[in-house]
Design a protein around this ligand. Structure first.
Ligand SMILES: NC(=O)c1ccc[n+]([C@@H]2O[C@H](COP(=O)([O-])OP(=O)(O)OC[C@H]3O[C@@H](n4cnc5c(N)ncnc54)[C@H](OP(=O)(O)O)[C@@H]3O)[C@@H](O)[C@H]2O)c1
Length: 326
């Protein structure tokens, strides 16, 4: 038995790319609460440890750590406006990162990689609810097509490694994620952190809290620590499954952007100054995703209600405003 096999049997070594991001931080929070589970060792990477666009650096680092599993979260990520403004970067950097992670994992004989896609990469014109089989059924929404095609290729690449080399390379498909340690940048962030930051500034300056678009679009938001719990569960329970897995709250828990804006404004006690700017685009109207496959594994998993998740996120933002990503 090789040294590596010995380690696999005793302790699962998990390399987390994107370990400093929203989801990586949530995984750190989840495992920091463990008191008894010592059968796993996590290594969290950020872009300061290595640039995953650099194949040689990726090879050197994966060889050094020799993980059993890679939880591949690293990506160039952003909200609607960043996706529309930086299409070349969203396409090229994400393709480079994903190409390196999977090909180097294979070269280093890492047999399991769990990679992150997103429900925003599903076809624009489709039937609802969307399920795992529909990923490639039509073009994505024009607003984020560059990011979407890069992510879709990650699924194609994972499946190719399964088919040609028998690797357990699989993808998860989370819906919109939010929570502590998110990116709160006003121009680049996803809708919830951007609205939290906007509302904070509006309140401080006694200005209207302006929300882009009509507020009508619907989204399923998953709290980052719920997603982290599900990803950690997958390490022991989603082995050689081959199919991607949508990680989402129930379709009934889809909410409008307007509802989210009201929740955030209420946290800042600023509801009477909320204004919708309908001159700005809405993005895709809805992307309702089925979590039936997830529910078939975890029928009784309890998700954090959006009202509670927003409260926790606003509390975190206020406590970390000077240093948070913004
Ligand atoms: N946020 C969402 O709403 C959402 C929804 C669905 C799916 N997802 C997917 O979920 C995953 C995690 O997203 P997230 O929101 O946690 O992202 P995030 O907060 O933006 O974090 C991105 C992470 O990737 C790292 N990274 C970026 N470029 C890199 C590079 N060239 N080399 C090495 N590391 C690099 C960053 O490192 P630094 O901190 O050092 O920059 C950071 O740790 C991504 O794959 C994303 O596509 C996100």
């Amino acid at each position: 038995m090789t040294v590596k096999r010995e380690r696999e049997r005793e302790k699962m070594k998990i390399l987390v790319t994107g370990g400093t991001g929203l989801v990586g931080t949530a995984i750190k929070t989840i495992i920091s609460g463990w008191t008894t589970n010592k059968d796993k060792e996590f290594i969290f990477l950020s872009s300061s440890d290595l640039d995953l666009r650099d194949g040689e650096a990726t090879l050197a680092l994966f060889q050094y750590h020799q993980p059993d599993v890679i939880l591949h979260l690293a990506a160039v990520v952003g909200g609607l406006f960043k996706n529309m403004r930086e299409k070349v970067r969203m396409l090229e950097e994400n393709i480079m990162i994903n190409m390196n992670v999977l090909s180097v994992a294979h070269a280093c004989d890492v047999n399991r990689v769990i990679s992150c896609l997103s429900t925003c990469i599903f076809p624009d014109k489709t039937s609802y609810p969307i399920d795992e089989t529909m990923l490639h059924d039509g073009p994505p929404h024009i607003s984020n097509d560059a990011y979407a095609y890069a992510k879709r290729m990650l699924e194609v690449q994972s499946r190719a490694y399964q088919e040609q080399y028998g690797r357990d390379y699989v993808c998860v498909i989370p819906t919109n994620i939010y929570g502590p340690a998110d990116n709160f940048h006003l121009g680049d962030a996803h809708v919830i952190p951007a609205l939290i930051h906007k509302c904070f500034l509006a309140r401080n300056e006694s200005l209207p809290f302006i929300v882009a678009g009509s507020g009508r679009p619907l989204r399923q938001f998953i709290y980052s620590e719920d997603l982290a719990t599900l990803l950690v569960w997958m390490l022991d329970n989603y082995i050689d499954q081959k199919e991607p897995l949508i990680l989402s709250v129930d379709p009934n828990d889809e909410v409008s952007i307007l509802y989210i804006a009201h929740l955030i404004a209420a946290e800042f006690q600023y509801e009477n100054r909320l204004v919708m700017d309908i001159s700005l685009p809405d993005g895709q109207y809805k992307k309702t995703a089925s979590n039936a496959r997830l529910r078939s594994f975890m029928p009784s998993f309890v998700f954090t209600p959006i009202e509670e998740g927003i409260k926790k996120t606003v509390t975190w933002f206020l406590a970390h405003y000077p240093t948070c990503r913004k």
